[in-house]
Write a protein that binds this ligand. Structure first.
Ligand SMILES: *Cc1c(COP(=O)(O)O)cnc(C)c1O
Length: 402
């Protein structure tokens, strides 16, 4: 294409697209590894990686191979019948998590909804909570997805406004405050639901020992600890799961995003069988959940994680990125948080994060703001040293140009 694709062209191209997103002005056409190419042939380093759905980069050969092989066999059966990929996929996830029972779904929000249903039914049947009284303790500034129930316990007005009435039964406490969490638990509480590190809130890392405390408090109170690892899990932080950073074992884990390898939507809820077995035939399900294509790709994802290579890369490249970010010279930066290859850069008041992301786009780097004042980076774990350096240089240039 000879002429530049500008905002007017994009508006024309997407005239039938619903306005629930505000994307950066770039139209992507192809991708490989850590790089994407737009319709004009310009290349960008993808420093967002589909909000961690692309931990293994775009079109990782092992994942594409698994998908192509399965595409030639069988893609969908429904759960009305058995198929030969489901059992092995659940074995793999059980081995990866150390939890014995796997319930596959598709999107992250469905995984969270599944975990909420699991916790409530467990609360009534096992903990003896009076009918319809169950509560779940959540953290302020959480992000667990976009269904009406989930946005009902969000603290983000943009996510909630106009979507009520909301599902009752949730109590919100400040994230990182173990005492507040303990105080919110009573005889109606079935579970505590947390992101071990809050992604959408801007990569908020809790104080050291918080997850250990949450584990102790929930165990002592006899309530479930549900760990939403949809964004934090599968290598992003340098460990397989963010809970591994404190060697904490939750009762229930929710996985999504990178579990589908950037190829298909795959999520899963994983728990010990004595919890999961409150589900009985007909009490929960999904037409597409656990389909053969999803399972085949998910198995290939687990195989990649079992090499340990990606966790190690997240640690090594993350350390290099953190060092680079420490060296940033700008009075526009208020705070930088990072863990593994996951970064939140808070800007000083009056500096819109979107302006930094637009600056990065002009310099060939894709990123995304989280709320108005945080730039969020989550490059694919296949990123190289040179690409990390390129990312840091592009950030410095973008700050200099503000
Ligand atoms: C993205 C995300 C979800 C929701 O996943 P979807 O696939 O978008 O429904 C839930 N929890 C966390 C922590 C997430 O980052």
């Amino acid at each position: 294409m000879s002429t530049h694709v500008g905002p007017a062209d994009i508006a024309e191209l997407e005239r039938h697209v619903a306005p629930n997103y505000h994307p950066l002005p770039v139209v992507l056409a192809e991708a490989e590894g850590a790089w994407v190419t737009d319709v004009e042939g310009r290349r960008y380093l993808d420093a967002l990686a589909g909000y961690s759905a692309l931990n293994f980069g775009h079109r990782h050969p092992a994942l594409i191979e698994a998908a192509e092989t399965q595409l030639r066999r069988v893609t969908l059966t429904s759960r009305a019948f058995h198929h030969d990929q489901l059992g092995p996929f659940c074995d793999d996830l059980s081995r990866l998590t150390g939890l014995g029972s796997v319930l596959p779904m598709n999107t992250g929000a469905e995984g969270v909804e599944t975990a909420i249903k699991l916790a409530r039914r467990w609360g009534y049947q096992v903990r003896g909570i009076p009918a319809d009284q169950a509560t779940i303790v959540v953290a302020a500034r959480n992000f667990h997805g976009r269904t009406t129930t989930i946005v009902g316990f969000s603290s983000d007005p943009t996510a909630r406004e106009g979507f009520g009435p909301f599902t009752p039964g949730f109590r919100s406490v400040p994230f990182g405050d173990a005492q507040a969490l303990a105080d919110a638990i009573d005889e109606t509480t079935a579970a505590v639901l947390l992101e071990p590190i809050q992604g959408e809130a801007g990569v908020i890392i809790p104080p050291e020992g918080y997850l250990t405390e949450v584990r102790r408090i929930t165990r002592d109170a006899g309530v479930l600890f549900i760990d939403d690892e949809i964004q934090s899990g599968l290598g992003r932080t340098g460990r397989t799961f963010a809970c591994d950073l404190e060697e904490v074992r939750p009762d229930v884990m929710i996985l999504g995003k990178a579990l589908g390898g950037g190829v298909v939507p795959v999520s899963a809820v994983i728990a010990d069988p004595d919890i999961m077995d409150v589900f009985t035939p007909g009490s929960h399900g999904s037409t597409f959940g656990g389909n053969p294509l999803a399972c085949a790709v998910g198995r290939a994802v687990v195989a990649l994680l079992e090499t340990g290579e990606f966790q190690a890369r997240a640690t090594e490249m993350g350390a290099r990125l953190a060092t680079g970010l420490k060296g940033l010279r700008s009075d526009r930066v208020r705070e930088v948080r990072s863990i593994g290859l996951w970064v939140g850069i808070d800007l000083e008041p009056g500096v819109p994060a979107r302006a930094v992301c637009e600056g990065l786009l002009r310099r060939g780097v894709l990123s995304k703001d989280a709320h108005e004042r945080t730039v969020r980076l989550a490059p694919p774990l296949v990123i190289t040293e040179d690409e990390v350096d390129l990312l840091v240089a592009a950030l410095q240039d973008s700050f200099d140009a503000l």
